[in-house]
Unconditional design. Structure first.
Length: 330
C-alpha cells in the first residue's frame, strides 16, 4: 500500500489528506524544515515541529496559520496517525512518520547523522517504507566530524590576522552550526552579514550555545576588521558589500567543497567540506537501521545509490520532486 504519492502540488497522502513540503499552496501542509525549497508560502494550514516554528514564521510570515507539534507527538490526519521526529539537518528539521494499520512510512526530508551542536540529533524510525534524499549519494562524499572541520577553519583564520577573514555559507543552518562548532576553540565575537543576523538570533533564543556575534554594520566607517571573522551568505561574495574589507581571505563552507574543482570554479581562496546532509556512509547506515525493505529516493545522485541498494536486496523506487540538490537546503 502506497501511503504517499507524487502530485503536481507535491508529496501527497490520500488517507490523511495532507501534503509534505508542497511546492504549491494546499489546504494541509506538513513542513519538514524552514529552507525555502521545503517551506513555501500560501497553504491554508501548516503543521510543523514546535522546535522549528520560529524559523518557519521568519521565512513565511508571522501571520501563518500553523499548528506546532512536540517531537514524537502523534496526531490524527484523516485515517492515519502522524508524528514528527528529529532529522538532524538544521534547527527544528523533521522526519514525518505516517502510520496506517500495520503500515509505517517515514519521509525523512533532508537529514544528517554527523553530530551538530546547533540542532537536535537524528532519531532512527523503524518503518516499512523510507523516503530518503540522495544529495551526496556518491562514495567520494564522506564528512569529517564538525569539530575536526571547525578546528581547520579556526587554524586558517588565526594564521593570518593581518587581514579580515570572510566565510561564506548559507544563512540558515550552516552559519549557526559553525558559530556553535567554533565555540570549542575561542570566545572572540564574530561579525555577521545582515542576512545571517536575524536567523542567528532565533537560534540563540532557542537555547543554542554559539559564539557572541555583532552586525557588520555596528562598526564605524573605516574600521578595518583585521583579525576578525565575518560570516556572510554566498550572495555577498564579490558584491559591493565586500568593499569595506581590505584584501580579505575568503572561504566557502559546503559539502560540495569535498571536490576541489568546485572550489576553484566558485573563486574562493579556501574551501571547507561541511555539509548538513548525510554523506554516502550515513545514507546507507540510516536506510539499513530503519529496517525498511522499500526505499524511495528523491533529489540528488539517485542512480548510484539505487544500484547499491538493489544489489543489497532493497526494493528501490523514485519520487521526482522540486526539492533542490544544491545546498541552499543545507
Amino acid at each position: 500500500m502506497d501511503l504517499i504519492r507524487v502530485t503536481p502540488e507535491g508529496l501527497y497522502c490520500d488517507l490523511g489528506e495532507f501534503y509534505i513540503d508542497p511546492w504549491r499552496p494546499v489546504r494541509h501542509a506538513l513542513i519538514t524544515h524552514a529552507h525555502s525549497d521545503h517551506a513555501r508560502w500560501g497553504s491554508k494550514i501548516y503543521y510543523a515541529p514546535e522546535r522549528g516554528l520560529a524559523l518557519l514564521k521568519s521565512r513565511l510570515g508571522e501571520g501563518l496559520h500553523v499548528a506546532g507539534k512536540k517531537w514524537g507527538e502523534k496526531f490524527r490526519m484523516g485515517s492515519v496517525w502522524v508524528s514528527f521526529h528529529p532529522a538532524g539537518h538544521i534547527l527544528g528539521s523533521a522526519q514525518v512518520r505516517i502510520e496506517y494499520k500495520d503500515h509505517v512510512w517515514v519521509a525523512s526530508g533532508d537529514y544528517k547523522r554527523t553530530p551538530d551542536p546547533s540542532c537536535d540529533a537524528f532519531e532512527v524510525q523503524q518503518c516499512d517504507t523510507f523516503i530518503s534524499e540522495a544529495t551526496f549519494a556518491l562514495p567520494v562524499y564522506k564528512w569529517d566530524q564538525g569539530e575536526v572541520t571547525a578546528k581547520k577553519i579556526y587554524n586558517w583564520w588565526q594564521a593570518d590576522l593581518d587581514r579580515p577573514t570572510l566565510i561564506f555559507c548559507y544563512a540558515l543552518g550552516k552559519a549557526q552550526r559553525i558559530l556553535a562548532e567554533l565555540k570549542r576553540f575561542t570566545d572572540q565575537p564574530v561579525y555577521l552579514h545582515g542576512a545571517v543576523e536575524g536567523l542567528t538570533q532565533i537560534y540563540r533564543d532557542a537555547g543554542i550555545d554559539m559564539l557572541p556575534t555583532l552586525p557588520v554594520m555596528s562598526k564605524e566607517k573605516g574600521y578595518n576588521f583585521k583579525g576578525d571573522l565575518i560570516i556572510a551568505p554566498p550572495s555577498a561574495h564579490r558584491s559591493p558589500w565586500m568593499k569595506r574589507f581590505k584584501e580579505p581571505q575568503t572561504a566557502f563552507l559546503s559539502g560540495w567543497m569535498q571536490v576541489r574543482g568546485t572550489r576553484r570554479r566558485k573563486g574562493y581562496e579556501k574551501g571547507f567540506a561541511l555539509s548538513d546532509h548525510a554523506d554516502w556512509n550515513e545514507l546507507n547506515q540510516t536506510i539499513e537501521e530503519t529496517g525498511a525493505s522499500d526505499i524511495f529516493l528523491t533529489h540528488g545522485r539517485t542512480d548510484v545509490l539505487a544500484r547499491y541498494l538493489e544489489e543489497n536486496g532493497k526494493s528501490v523506487r523514485f519520487f521526482e520532486t522540486q526539492f533542490t540538490a544544491e545546498e541552499e537546503a543545507s
